[in-house]
Write a protein of this length. Structure first.
Length: 186
């Protein structure tokens, strides 16, 4: 995975270099806070937009997510489709915000990572409480534990991908194709 830091990303965008900031977080996460000029193409919809990116991506594509994990997955997808000029911004929006870099803020929502922690915790708590009635409910706890172990080992959280599809995590009408077309014409 090829990465760059926040300072380098800021310098690239400040100089007006031929850069596409591609934010692969959910529309709700993007709406909460994003880098000015970034285009939102959620990771679960990126595959559908790969042909457009392959044809019209500018010189450099900087991939942004919350922490860097989803951006790494997006970079692998882009590389597989022939876009070799993509880099992942190390630390994602967490690092961007920690550096005090400017953001565009909208309606505040919980991050996908926080939602995963809440749902996993609730599933474990409820299954442990239900184990008083039936010990079989502990299988839910084992399933959640296995899922979290897999997520940690593979850096791929299936619960997060499922939660990203909920209506709460969708912003008002977003059109990644139009945003990409406009951004790639600059």
């Amino acid at each position: 995975m090829t990465t760059i830091d926040v300072a380098t990303t800021r310098a690239m965008t400040a100089t007006g270099a031929d850069v596409l900031l591609l934010d692969v977080r959910t529309p709700a996460e993007f709406e909460t806070a994003h880098v000015d000029g970034a285009v939102n193409v959620p990771l679960d919809r990126l595959q559908a937009h790969l042909p457009q990116l392959t044809e019209s991506a500018p010189g450099q594509v900087v991939l942004v997510c919350q922490s860097g994990a989803r951006a790494g997955t997006a970079q692998a997808m882009l590389s597989g489709s022939g876009v070799s000029t993509s880099v992942v911004m190390t630390g994602g929006m967490n690092a961007w915000l920690a550096a005090g870099a400017p953001v565009v803020r909208g309606r505040q929502r919980w991050s996908l990572e926080r939602q995963v922690r809440l749902v996993a915790g609730l599933l474990v708590l409820v299954s442990v409480l239900l184990s008083i009635l039936t010990p079989w409910s502990l299988l839910v706890t084992a399933f959640v534990g296995a899922g979290l172990t897999y997520a940690g080992a593979s850096d791929n959280c299936m619960m997060g991908l499922l939660l990203a599809r909920l209506p709460y995590n969708r912003a008002a009408a977003t059109d990644p194709a139009a945003a990409l077309a406009q951004s790639c014409q600059r």
